[in-house]
Write a protein that binds this ligand. Sequence first.
Ligand SMILES: Cc1cc2nc3c(=O)[nH]c(=O)nc-3n(C[C@H](O)[C@H](O)[C@H](O)COP(=O)(O)O)c2cc1C
Ligand code: SF4
Ligand code: SF4
Length: 450
Amino acid sequence: MTQLNTNFAGIKSPNPFWLASAPPTNSGYQIMKAFDAGWGGAVWKTLGVPVVNVSSRYGALNYRDTRMMGFNNIELITDRPLKDNLREIEEVKKRFPEHAVIASLMVETRDQWHQIMQDVTNAGADGVELNFGCPHGMCERGMGSAVGQEPRVLKTIVEWVMEVATIPVIVKLTPNITDITKPALAAKEGGANAISLINTIQSIVGVDIDRFVPYPVVDGKSTNGGYCGPAVKPIAMNMVKNCAQHPGVQLPISGIGGVENWRDAVEFILLGASTVQVCTAVMHYGFGIIRELTEGLSRYMDEKGFSSIEQMSGKALPNVKHWEDLNLQYKVVAHINEEKCIGCQLCFTACEDGAHQAIRLNSNPAIRIPAVFEENCVGCNLCSLVCPVENCITMERRDDGSENINWKERTLAGTVPVSFNDELAGGLHHTVPMPMEALQKDLPRHYKVK
Ligand SMILES: Cc1cc2nc3c(=O)[nH]c(=O)nc-3n(C[C@H](O)[C@H](O)[C@H](O)COP(=O)(O)O)c2cc1C
Ligand code: SF4
Ligand code: SF4
């Protein structure tokens, strides 16, 4: 029987879905409503010295009418007095003792860290999350990502917190850094119990081309914001993987960034997370998405035979290698299912202009189904990615699986190209059309299907 309940570095919750520290966790009212709807935990909107925010605050990447494919904000931490937040934390914990309430914190001095740790612990928080990630506003004041980008400073602050911590401490990392494992290691060295990532990515989400000012507009001016939502998921997952694979880090990971449905959550967990946090999707669709998240995850775990989150966490990690470890003998080519093909010829255009001229049109324009010229197909996947019909273009294996040799082994064996005109180059023996052929107006008919 599938168990969704989790124990994340000592913080227990009925399921691995937590609200990320953000507007949906601004108040006890919202968090009680979310728990009632089925969320397992909530990271309270970051507490500290309350701020003054600007209006407006958000911008979005409305990519092909998806409205909020990417989301951008210039909001700061909480603008509510600490005493109100503490009272509400206490109320939420009383009403929902089994749920995880994590206090996100951001202050400056050692004394302030000690004081606020004591306050939220007394209020009954199950853990804290140190916000070393906010990439706008707070970093100008020496907090947020200004700390997350300086591993030594980060480690010192974690040490201050650990001097007084009696509840688990999660360090939330900024992605605005070249190597995410450096602050992750610093968190570990400072004594943190877990890490969470990612916070938002520094960004300009768009520019008003009539008023010459980026979004969001504040009285005719703007500033860089923090990017999140579905668009950042690939970046977040890579960073989670990097931390999970690092032998020196080995801390529980709460995965954040673009989680919108149960599949997103599964992907983060397979890459090493053991809880996931959600912000943008809740801001877009509300707390109700938790039903799809929990039901989908449960069904997936049942199907795969996982009885707990721990069992599935990191399952994909052994399959994430360095490029030099990949089998160079593995060979796939595109195959078009003629029964499914609708003759849109998008695959032809993509391969012709953007890949390897391995898809040909019939010389009879009335026949719209293209054909793959296998000798030229490098198996790049592009045509299958642009094809609008599901499973119409599939990649078929052509090597017999008997050989496995990677770049590392070929380097040792002396069979890698080393000079500019080396005969060992991978692209030799493909039919590359002559440059002048590009100017022939009857180009599509040039490729005749035999
Ligand atoms: C409007 C807004 C406010 C946020 N405020 C905070 C905050 O106070 N503290 C914090 O740690 N992260 C904050 N975040 C970042 C989120 O917690 C989360 O890390 C980020 O949005 C990525 O997750 P998502 O793609 O699900 O939105 C905020 C994000 C947004 C959109
Ligand atoms: S993109 Fe897909 S549907 Fe369109 S012509 Fe190519 S194979 Fe057919
Ligand atoms: S896999 Fe790449 S090279 Fe092969 S047909 Fe498709 S787009 Fe062309």
